[in-house]
Design a binder for this molecule. Structure first.
Ligand SMILES: [Zn+2]
Length: 161
């Protein structure tokens, strides 16, 4: 398995990246995912579950921790979309035995791959460059424009958090 995999989003995703903030819920729906806000006290942010009854046309549902801040939920959803795009073969092949990737300790590489693609989904460079050209340069301002946490934006920009 090639561990250094491109995390650039596919064309399906790019059509949703015409302006900030990227409409991540609409994107999830377009990909055939059904999205649920989950009431949970668990420390988890989200999970991707193969479920033909509760899933969308793709056969998958995403559960997002409903107690989290809106921006964090957007990142979680983008992260689960990335798992759907990059890793669902692991669920289908039964390599991840659980039906939910969140319990998997399969590999940190998988988690960082999903985080990298989530950043690509929510903070595409062409839109960041556009904002900077318009004079929006402070990380906090960029974060609120893209509806992501300032930490997520700072990581994207390669700044210390
Ligand atoms: Zn994950």
């Amino acid at each position: 398995m090639n561990m250094i995999r491109a995390t650039a989003p596919p064309p399906d995703v790019r059509v949703f990246q015409t302006e900030a903030p990227v409409p991540v819920v609409a994107l999830a729906r377009r990909l055939g995912l059904k999205v649920y806000d989950e009431e949970t006290n668990a420390a988890i942010s989200g999970r991707l579950v193969r479920d033909t009854a509760r899933g969308g046309p793709s056969g998958y549902a995403v559960y997002v921790n409903g107690a989290h801040h809106r921006n964090r939920k957007r990142f979680t959803l983008a992260h689960e979309i990335a798992h759907f795009l990059l890793h669902r073969h692991l669920l289908e092949a039964g390599i991840v035995e659980d039906d939910a990737l969140y319990r998997s300790h399969l590999s940190n590489a998988i988690e960082s791959e999903a985080n990298r693609m989530a950043a690509e989904i929510l903070m595409p460079w062409h839109l960041i460059d556009q904002a900077i050209d318009q004079g929006i340069t402070a990380p906090a301002d960029l974060a609120s424009l893209f509806q992501v946490s300032e930490t997520a934006m700072r990581i994207r920009l390669g700044l210390p958090t």
